[in-house]
Design a protein around this ligand. Structure first.
Ligand SMILES: Nc1ncnc2c1ncn2[C@@H]1O[C@H](COP(=O)(O)OP(=O)(O)OP(=O)(O)O)[C@@H](O)[C@H]1O
Ligand SMILES: Nc1nc2c(c(=O)[nH]1)N[C@H]1C(S)=C(S)[C@@H](COP(=O)(O)O)O[C@H]1N2
Length: 175
């Protein structure tokens, strides 16, 4: 099966068209550069808000059958930042290591990295990962965690993805 990857920008202003979304294209650019096997993208740009983010994640996981879903935005402490809450409502198993590692790497870039409450987890055969809203954070965060993503997809029965080791070497423990 060809892997399907959901790319979700959660931003009030990008959803209204007040600025052009740079987060979704930054995620897609990383994936284009990194993944050498075939994959299909499913793109959404939605405003902040619990129900909208929750329903989008459920739609991408259960109906669109996305193997991997990457969100950007809405992870901070502002009142409308509820992407982690919506993600927590949708996942069955949390994978705390993803958020821990992304925050640790981001802290080398900005002290405000601790303000991101980004989480990750699985729902059926989908892996969902939150990224901060700042487009500059996306490559850094994905470079940190992506080596573990293909094996995680193997373990949950999702479609296989292969990466270019020159960009980001996937680690699959020998069996
Ligand atoms: N999708 C995006 N495209 C381009 N720039 C973005 C995007 N999301 C965030 N940014 C930039 O990063 C900054 C911090 O992102 P944050 O998610 O906190 O935005 P925000 O203030 O909550 O507003 P909004 O939800 O309307 O994007 C924004 O002020 C904006 O400059
Ligand atoms: N790598 C990286 N991580 C980062 C940032 C950044 O600029 N680079 N911004 C931080 C800031 S200022 C905030 S408020 C939080 C949450 O951002 P979000 O609400 O846009 O998701 O992410 C943090 N993580």
């Amino acid at each position: 099966m060809i892997a399907r990857i959901g790319i979700v920008t959660v931003s009030d202003r990008a959803a209204k068209g007040l600025y052009e979304d740079e987060g979704g294209p930054a995620i897609a650019g990383f994936l284009d550069e990194t993944i050498v096997s075939s994959w299909q993208r499913v793109v959404r740009i939605i405003p902040d808000g619990f129900e909208g983010v929750r329903d989008t994640l459920i739609d991408l996981a259960d109906r669109e059958r996305c193997d991997l879903i990457l969100t950007t935005g809405g992870t901070g402490p502002a009142p409308r930042d509820v992407t982690p809450e919506a993600t927590a409502a949708v996942i069955v198993k949390e994978l705390p290591g993803f958020g821990e590692l992304m925050r640790r790497k981001s802290l080398e870039q900005v002290p405000t990295a601790i303000l991101s409450r980004q989480i990750a987890g699985t729902r059926g055969t989908s892996l969902i990962i939150n990224l901060p809203g700042r487009p500059a954070s996306i490559r850094l965060c994905l470079m940190a965690v992506f080596p573990a993503v293909p094996y995680c997809l193997d373990l949950i029965g999702a479609s296989r993805i292969d990466t270019d080791p020159a960009v980001c070497a996937a680690f699959r423990p020998a069996v």
